[in-house]
Ligand binder design. Structure first.
Ligand code: FE
Length: 190
């Protein structure tokens, strides 16, 4: 806490100092100096920006409409649900990883996929807890936990507590929100 506070003080002092010099350079009409100080300020702002914020994938609604197919947009951006047993992956048994269809973040591994009998691809655990976020969802008269991609916020599906061991969780996903990437085949030995 103290460290954070002193960091903030240093940042403010640094910004004030650079800003002060920049202002004086502009007043002196010393453009060479002003451009140099402006570049220092921009570089500093890049350093101050926390790295986790840079990692987020953010698009406007119009951009998402352009980037996604209509069905992907309906599910990922409007929290829709694909019809059971119609998606590409509920019956996929290949080894590989399932990425977010919107931003490409690796979300689930085939090693944690199981037969839920629901008609939606189901997993008992994401690749890392930080890859997904869950939030309460009261829609359709039910209380469920919505699962979204931690990087782009795209709707993936819901998580329930009736899954298999070891977690007891069932991540019920929409195929349309995922992109399957098969594992590289092991080279045959001679
Ligand atoms: Fe994503």
């Amino acid at each position: 806490m103290v460290e954070r506070w002193s960091d903030d003080c240093l940042t403010i002092a640094w910004a004030w100092n650079v800003g002060n010099h920049l202002g004086r350079a502009i007043l002196r009409k010393d453009m060479k100096h002003a451009i140099l100080l402006g570049a220092v300020a921009l570089a500093g702002m890049g350093l101050i920006n926390p790295p986790d914020r840079k990692d987020k994938v953010v698009h406007t609604d119009a951009e998402w409409r352009r980037l996604l197919t209509p069905e992907q947009y309906r599910v990922l951006r409007q929290a829709g649900t694909e019809q059971a047993f119609t998606g590409k992956y509920w019956n996929n048994h290949e080894a590989g990883k399932y990425l977010c269809a919107a931003c490409g973040l690796a979300l689930f591994d085939s090693k944690t996929k199981f037969e839920s009998g629901t008609g939606w691809p189901s997993f008992w655990q994401p690749i890392a807890a930080s890859r997904v976020e869950t939030k309460g969802d009261q829609s359709l008269g039910m209380t469920r936990n919505e699962v979204v991609c931690a990087r782009c916020g795209g709707h993936l599906g819901h998580v329930f507590d009736d899954g298999p061991k070891p977690t007891g969780l069932r991540y019920c996903m929409n195929s349309v929100s995922l992109k399957f990437v098969p594992a590289k085949p092991v080279p045959a030995s001679h």
